[in-house]
Design a protein around this ligand. Structure first.
Ligand code: NAP
Length: 242
């Protein structure tokens, strides 16, 4: 790979983010690994990354907290600029809109979308001066099609898709590519409460996806092979939406 490249991944203590971190470490990237509360799991992922011969810098902070993010990242960014930002951290607060509390709306918008304002701005500023970079955001099928019980989540993810496309237009001339990976149902804690018996018949591949099947697409978007792709939404959903 030549000069070592760093990728900063949010929400990588478990689930899809952890799989992305491991996949990228296997490909030789050094990792800046953000998480919020799963400390033990984050340390385990760090150990696995180091076993691939890569470095892993743990960055525990809430992605929606601008002050915490700035205090943790700015000193690092003065030293090194990541080649990639993978904006993956996420939460759900599913409920029908008539019952939704303001806090449930705000939390989901904060963690997915306002965090992208904070981190996208911070990191892209530094990428601009290097005239290279890759940004990948994790959206969701729900943001493409809407999903009952997820007005907050669908709004946040559709917002991320729009924001990513707009940013792709802003940064293209500086060789910074911005793309979206939009998973369907992937086997993580996030889907544990869903009625899978009702959902599986809607998936042409007849099964939920595995975290590695999302991670591979992210790795592709960070690779040289994707050097002429920007502003795109790559759906990884077993054909659930086409
Ligand atoms: P997950 O297993 O629940 O993991 C969520 C990750 O995000 C954890 O590492 C968690 O860290 C971190 N996180 C949550 N809130 C955070 C915050 N405020 N600040 C920093 N980190 C935070 O979720 P997942 O299924 O892997 O989902 C990853 C992404 O894919 C999300 O954006 C999700 O919306 C999207 N997605 C998932 C699916 C699916 O079917 N699983 C489908 C479509 C899209 P801690 O545990 O340390 O707090």
């Amino acid at each position: 790979m030549g000069e070592r490249k760093i990728v900063f991944i949010t929400g990588a203590s478990r689930g899809i983010g952890a799989a992305i971190a491991l996949n990228l470490a296997q490909a030789g990237y050094d990792i800046w690994l953000n998480y919020r509360s799963s400390k033990e799991l984050a340390y385990k992922v760090k150990e696995q990354i180091e076993a691939f011969g890569c470095t892993c810098t743990l960055l525990p902070f809430d992605v929606a907290d601008e002050q915490a993010a700035t205090e943790m990242l700015e000193p690092l960014l003065q030293q090194e600029v990541p080649f990639g930002l993978v904006h993956n951290a996420g939460v759900t607060r599913d409920t029908l809109l008539p019952m939704m509390k303001r806090e449930e709306w705000d939390t989901v918008i904060d963690v997915h979308l306002n965090s992208f304002y904070i981190l996208g701005k911070l990191i892209s500023r530094h990428m601009l001066s290097r005239r290279e970079g890759r940004i990948v955001t994790l959206a969701s099928l729900s943001g493409e099609t809407g999903q009952a019980g997820q007005v907050n989540y669908a709004a946040a993810k559709a917002g991320l898709i729009g924001a990513s496309k707009a940013l792709a237009r802003e940064l293209g001339k500086r060789n910074i590519l911005v793309n979206v990976v939009s998973p369907g149902l992937i086997e993580t804690e996030m889907i544990q409460k869903l009625p899978l018996d009702k959902i599986l018949p809607l998936i042409p591949l007849g099964r939920v996806g595995q975290v590695e099947e999302v991670a591979g697409v992210v790795r592709f978007l960070l690779s040289e092979d994707a050097s002429y792709m920007t502003g795109q939404v790559l759906s990884v959903n077993g054909g659930m939406h086409m």
